[in-house]
Ligand binder design. Structure first.
Ligand code: SAM
Length: 333
C-alpha cells in the first residue's frame, strides 16, 4: 500500500471523499413518488453485502483515498437487522458518519445508534398534515415520525436535519409551515427538488418546485440570506439563513441548479455495485470482486477506474437524459 491516502480524482478534477452506502432496498413506507404500493421485487438476501463486506469497502475508501464522510441510507436503513453493529464498525474509521431514515424507528433506536458512534441523522418527512402524510407515504405514521425527530434530538444527535421532497400540487403549500417547524424545533429543514427516480416513471418536469420558488415563498414570511460560499462547502444543499438568527434552511436543487461540478460522492448499492452518480447508467460489480478473492489493491484499482470514468453530470431536462434502470430505493437516496 502507498504511504498515505491518494485522492480519488475523476477526469474532471473532482476529488471524491464521500461514500453513500445503501444497506437495504426494503422499506416500511411506500412513498408514492418513490415506490409502488405493492413494493418492488426485493434483492435476494444472499445478494446483499454483509456488514463486514460493507465495512471493507468503506475502509478501502478511507485508507486508500482519504474519504471523510459516510452516509447510510436505503430503502429504509433501520429495517435491516442490527444496524448499530454496522454503525459501530464504521464509526471505528473515524469519519463523519450519518444516517438517512424515515424516522419511524428513532424512538427505539436513536440511543443505541448514538452509543454505537452515530453523531447525526437526516429524517425524511414530506407533510405536517396527518391525512396528507398518509396519502404520500401510504402509511399513517406522521405522529411516529414527529416523535422520532424529537427522539433523535433527545438522544443527542446533532444536527438533526429534516428532508422534504417538494412536489407541485402535493405539498408545496407547506413550505412556510416547514420553515416554522424547523425554527420551533431547532432542526434544519432541507427542501429537495423532485427527481426522476420514482419507480413508476411518472415524474414530469412541471411537478418540480424550483429552488427559486422555494426560497421566495419562505423568504416572504421569514426573510432569508444565502450563507457565504466558504461556509457552503461541497454540501449538495444550498444553505440560506434566517436573517433574524432563527437557524437556516437548505435546498437540494438537483434539477434546476445541479451541483454536479462540485460532486464528491460515490454510492454503494445494497447488492454491492458502485455507482459514480445517482443517475449513472453504468455500475461496477464490487460484490463479484469481494467474493472472488480480490485484494484491497484490486478493490482500490477497480474503484479508481470506475470513478475515472465518471461523467461531467446528469442531464435531467435534456433530450439525451436516460433514466437509470434502478429507482431511488434500489440505489440509495
Ligand atoms: N428511507 C430513508 C428515508 O426516508 O430518508 C432513506 C432512503 S430515501 C430513498 C432517501 C431520500 O430520498 C428521502 O428523503 C426521500 O424522500 C428521497 N427521495 C426518494 N425518491 C425521490 C425522488 N424521486 N426525488 C427526490 N427525492 C426522493
Amino acid at each position: 500500500m502507498a504511504d498515505g491516502p491518494l485522492p480519488l480524482i475523476d477526469g474532471f478534477g473532482r476529488v471524491h471523499r464521500d461514500l453513500r452506502i445503501s444497506v437495504t432496498d426494503r422499506c416500511n413506507f411506500r412513498c408514492s413518488y418513490c415506490m409502488p404500493a405493492e413494493g418492488l421485487p426485493w434483492m435476494p438476501r444472499e445478494d446483499l453485502l454483509t456488514y463486514e463486506e460493507l465495512t471493507r469497502v468503506a475502509r478501502v475508501c478511507v485508507e486508500r483515498f482519504g474519504f471523510d464522510g459516510i452516509r447510510l441510507t436505503g430503502g429504509e436503513p433501520t429495517v435491516r437487522a442490527h444496524l448499530p453493529v454496522l454503525v459501530e464498525q464504521l464509526a471505528g474509521l473515524g469519519v463523519d458518519l450519518a444516517v438517512t431514515t424515515n424516522g419511524t424507528t428513532m424512538r427505539a433506536l436513536a440511543p443505541e445508534l448514538v452509543a454505537a458512534g452515530l453523531r447525526r441523522v437526516n429524517i425524511s418527512c414530506d407533510s405536517l398534515r396527518a391525512d396528507r402524510f398518509a396519502e404520500i407515504t401510504r402509511r399513517d405514521e406522521l405522529a411516529r415520525v414527529l416523535d422520532g425527530i424529537d427522539a433523535a434530538v433527545e438522544a443527542g444527535l446533532r444536527p438533526v436535519k429534516v428532508n422534504v421532497v417538494v412536489m407541485r400540487g402535493v405539498n408545496d403549500d407547506e413550505l412556510v409551515d416547514f420553515a416554522a417547524f424547523g425554527r420551533e424545533r431547532g432542526v434544519t429543514v432541507r427542501f429537495i427538488e423532485f427527481m426522476p427516480l420514482d419507480a413508476q416513471g411518472e415524474w414530469t418536469n412541471d411537478q418540480v418546485v424550483s429552488q427559486g420558488e422555494i426560497v421566495a415563498a419562505i423568504g416572504a414570511v421569514f426573510p432569508l440570506e444565502p450563507v457565504t460560499a466558504a461556509e457552503q462547502g461541497s454540501a449538495p444543499a444550498s444553505r440560506f439563513r434566517f436573517r433574524d438568527g432563527g437557524g437556516e434552511i437548505g435546498v437540494i436543487a438537483s434539477v434546476t441548479q445541479a451541483f454536479c461540478a462540485t460532486c464528491d460522492r460515490v454510492r454503494l448499492t445494497a447488492d454491492g455495485t458502485l455507482r459514480h452518480c445517482l443517475f449513472a447508467t453504468r455500475e461496477l460489480d464490487l460484490r463479484a470482486l469481494l467474493r472472488g478473492g480480490a485484494s484491497d489493491d484490486d478493490l482500490a484499482a477497480a474503484i479508481t477506474a470506475e470513478v475515472g470514468a465518471k461523467w461531467a453530470g446528469h442531464q435531467i431536462g435534456q433530450v439525451q437524459f436516460i433514466r437509470p434502470a434502478r429507482s431511488m430505493s434500489q440505489i440509495g437516496g
